[in-house]
Design a protein around this ligand. Structure first.
Ligand code: PMP
Length: 359
């Protein structure tokens, strides 16, 4: 068996130790004689897995009792609709910040429910920066402010938050657990699991309990945050295997020293890769340095005609899925928590050798 370094943006590489543990437990989870996939979601065994996942996540992110942790379904894209459907009940509008492709998609869905108050956009500069968060024209009577602090496709990330009394709703799909955050600054955080948390199929939601009162009675039952909270995320069958793997990833994160330790490594990984790109005339990254993503590093080759050769040779060298998103082209290395420093160094070695051969 040979595993490669996998730079896919999602579903992304999982820690090898987690995959091995899941493999060892696959046929017989803790002496039950069945795999997690074959258990009732209401069994005491699965309930213990769900409780463990919640407790570990709460410890990792320091989530206090003012917040509820929910496991939603339908991908983060479904949350683009579920959020206005739940949180704008009784409001006419919500504020949205546009920093790239994923914010734009969230805005498109929200417009089906409410008036979107676009409080800032970096579209006119092709999303290479982030609007000034201190001067956003926020409407404090809106339902909430929606932001996407890490744009997975554009490779733009920001860590500051605007000062506002509005509940801040953040799509952290591609940055959750990669850096410290203060959960108490947010009304709601959501993240599709398939980057830093586990396999696709579950969306982690962390929501301030007072906001649950906004979910109206006429919502589809499976869409209501209040209903999900009241039923411990088990209105219907949850994605049990995805939640189990998320619990194993959370356990692995705790063993690594938690989010602080991951952040320290993530800073080093991103710095090594951006420093190398900046030192070369052969490769380029267009994002303003202060807003470069630590998780998703897009880059271009000065000679576009070499792109397919770059991809061919990098695959052959055991560096997988370096193509940029189909909408933007170029290259992109996603270096989430599960990507070790050695993987980033192997990529840099390959890029340097490729430049020597073809530059
Ligand atoms: N938001 C962000 C920031 C993403 O990166 C993605 C997926 N790449 C999504 C939302 C959509 O996630 P899903 O495919 O789970 O709907």
């Amino acid at each position: 068996m040979s595993r490669v370094y996998n730079f896919c943006s999602g579903p992304a590489a999982l820690p090898e130790a987690v995959l091995k543990k899941a493999q060892a437990e696959m046929l017989d989870w803790h002496g039950t004689g069945v795999s997690v996939m074959e258990m009732s979601h209401r069994s005491t065994e699965f309930m213990s897995i769900l409780a463990s996942a919640k407790a570990r996540l709460a410890r990792l992110l320091n989530i206090n009792d003012d917040y509820e942790i929910l496991f939603a379904q339908g991908g983060a894209s479904t949350l683009f609709s579920q959020i206005p459907a739940n949180l704008a009940n009784g409001y006419d509008s919500a504020c949205y910040l546009d920093t790239g492709v994923w914010s734009t998609k969230a805005i498109k869905e929200a417009k089906k429910y409410l008036d979107v108050n676009l409080v800032g956009s970096s579209k006119d500069v092709n999303y290479i920066t982030v609007p000034n968060l201190d001067t956003l024209p926020l409407d404090e009577s809106a339902a909430y402010l929606h932001i996407c602090p890490n744009e997975t496709i554009g490779g733009v990330e920001f860590s500051g938050l605007p000062k506002t009394d509005l509940p801040i709703v953040a799509d952290l799909s591609s940055t959750i657990l990669s850096r410290k955050i203060d959960v108490s600054q947010y009304g709601m955080i959501y993240a599709g699991a398939q980057k830093n948390v586990g396999p696709a199929g579950v969306v982690i939601c962390i929501i301030r309990k007072d906001l649950l009162a906004r979910s109206g009675d006429n919502l589809p039952s499976t869409w209501s945050f209040a209903n999900l909270a009241a039923n411990d995320s088990m209105i219907n069958t949850p994605p049990t295997f995805a939640i189990y793997l998320a619990d194993l990833v959370f356990e692995w994160l705790e063993e690594q020293g938690g989010v602080d330790a991951m952040e320290a490594v993530n800073i080093q990984k991103a710095k090594a890769l951006y420093d190398f790109i900046d030192s070369s005339d052969f490769y380029a990254n267009p994002i303003e340095p202060a807003y470069r993503s630590r998780m998703n590093v897009p880059f271009t080759l000065a000679d576009k005609s070499l792109e397919s050769l770059f991809l061919e040779e990098s695959e052959a060298a055991g560096l997988r899925t370096l193509a940029g998103h189909r909408s933007v082209g170029g290259m992109r290395a996603s270096i989430y928590n599960a990507m070790p420093m050695e993987g980033v160094l192997a990529l840099i070695d390959f890029m340097s050798a490729f430049e020597k051969r073809h530059g």
